[in-house]
Design a protein around this ligand. Structure first.
Ligand code: SAH
Length: 251
């Protein structure tokens, strides 16, 4: 029997920001694979089983999920935000490419979700209103030199930058180093947005300038958006400022 595998994005954390399509897929799933805290956010029924794993065991989790689906189960692999952004959809593809032929015959669906940078951008105004990019600061899967090269290149190209995985206990210095590199290319007045746990009760939000930005306000649940030289702040008395990136420079 061939099962089904759905890779679901659950959004940034607020249940209202989960798509109806994702909710329906979760209702129909039998076996759930994912990082424990993401699974904890779902309201699963007693007949639905959970296989929680550590957030660094993505390939092992992908293989286990594919194996369960190939045995006929209806499997849901859960990612926070969007499953295709620094998350499980790529891990499933990677496991399939190197795995047994039978996995290629599985019914596989990827259901998108609201990714962290979109939730943070919406909270701030419109910092991603024009050209932008997303970079993970985690050097677990790529060398730090490559991250530095990409940061310089995209800042020079005028892209707004959304940084995922900005900091962790094992990676305490990378974010401050990234700000230092960006200060070599961008004006010190460039807006920097820290959006933490956006959409959840423990949300924190701050806007500072690149000149004063350091790694301090960020943790593992923070997405940092660094503007381009065009990005502006609209101050509003007694309210959070609006940050927006206007139309690109006309050539
Ligand atoms: N697939 C996820 C990203 C996983 S990488 C997505 O599409 O959002 C994990 C990183 O996502 C965190 O280190 C943080 O940078 C960011 N992140 C996830 N949820 C967030 C939230 N609610 N608010 C701010 N950043 C978040």
């Amino acid at each position: 029997m061939t099962g089904k595998l759905v890779i679901v994005g659950t959004g940034p954390g607020n249940p209202d920001q989960m798509t109806p399509q994702a909710l329906a897929a979760i209702g129909a799933g039998e076996q759930f694979f994912g990082y424990g805290p993401y699974l904890d956010r779902l309201e699963l029924r007693p007949d639905q089983t959970r296989v929680a794993s550590d957030n660094r065991q993505e390939i092992d989790r992908a293989r286990a999920a594919l194996d369960a689906a190939s045995k006929g189960s209806s499997v849901c692999v859960v990612s926070g935000g969007d499953p295709g952004v620094f998350a499980m959809a790529a891990a499933i593809c990677e496991a399939m490419e190197t795995g047994p032929e039978t996995w290629r015959r599985l019914d596989i669906t990827v259901l998108p979700g609201v990714t962290a940078m979109l939730a943070v951008a919406a909270r701030a105004g419109a910092p991603l209103g024009h050209d932008f990019c997303a970079i993970s600061l985690s050097d677990n899967l790529k060398p730090w030199e490559l991250i530095e090269r990409r940061l310089r290149a995209v800042a020079q190209a005028g892209l707004v930058i959304a940084l995922y995985n900005p900091i962790s206990r094992a990676r305490p210095w990378q974010l401050a180093t990234a700000f230092k590199i960006l200060r070599e290319v961008l004006p010190v007045s460039t807006p920097v947005i820290f959006g933490r746990a956006v959409g959840r009760p423990d949300e924190r939000f701050a806007v500072v300038s690149l000149g004063e930005a350091d790694g301090q306000p960020a943790d593992m649940a923070t997405c940092v958006i660094i503007g381009s030289a065009e990005t502006r702040i609209i101050a509003r008395p007694g309210l959070d400022p609006l940050v927006y990136s206007p139309r690109g420079v006309e050539i």
